[in-house]
Design a binder for this molecule. Structure first.
Ligand SMILES: [Mg+2]
Length: 147
């Protein structure tokens, strides 16, 4: 979808953490669905890029993520928060941030935040990525990009 940008957190959102990069249940499908929307997908994570690339390669090799994740756009940001205006060329009002941690959401961009429960020790019954994919679909279909 034109102009739609989705910024993804890594730890606690897509995987457990970079030392224990256990993929969240439904990860491959979730990423496929975002890709099928035609969205611009970027990573915004506290994990530095070189480590993220290793994690992404591992997930792809496991069959837990589509191959494009290895080369996905990585957006650098500065604390205190994941300001969506760091995404070059994107209007923050056309972006969504999927993140488990409210502390990294900029106060003035709370309306662009899609909250996801932190993934740490849940088992295969975790359905958060499925739920969030549906939420994104609902937000972008029929309601315009800004709602
Ligand atoms: Mg996180």
């Amino acid at each position: 979808m034109k102009n739609l940008t989705i910024a993804l957190d890594l730890e606690g959102t897509l995987i457990q953490d970079h030392r224990e990069p256990r993929p969240r249940p439904g990860l491959h499908r979730f990423l496929d669905e975002l890709h099928d929307l035609g969205a611009r997908i970027v990573m915004m994570t506290t994990v530095e890029e070189a480590i993220f690339r290793v994690v992404a390669k591992g997930l792809v090799n496991l069959g837990a993520a589509p191959a494009w994740l290895e080369d996905v756009e990585y957006v650098s940001w500065e604390r205190p928060c994941k300001d969506l205006s760091f995404i070059v060329g994107a209007d923050p009002q056309s972006c969504w941030l999927v993140d488990d941690y409210e502390g990294y959401v900029c106060v003035h961009q709370k309306d662009r935040w899609i909250q996801i429960e932190t993934f740490f020790a849940q088992g295969e019954e975790d359905r958060e990525l499925e739920r969030v994919a549906l939420e994104i679909l609902q937000k972008v279909s029929g309601h315009g990009l800004n709602q």
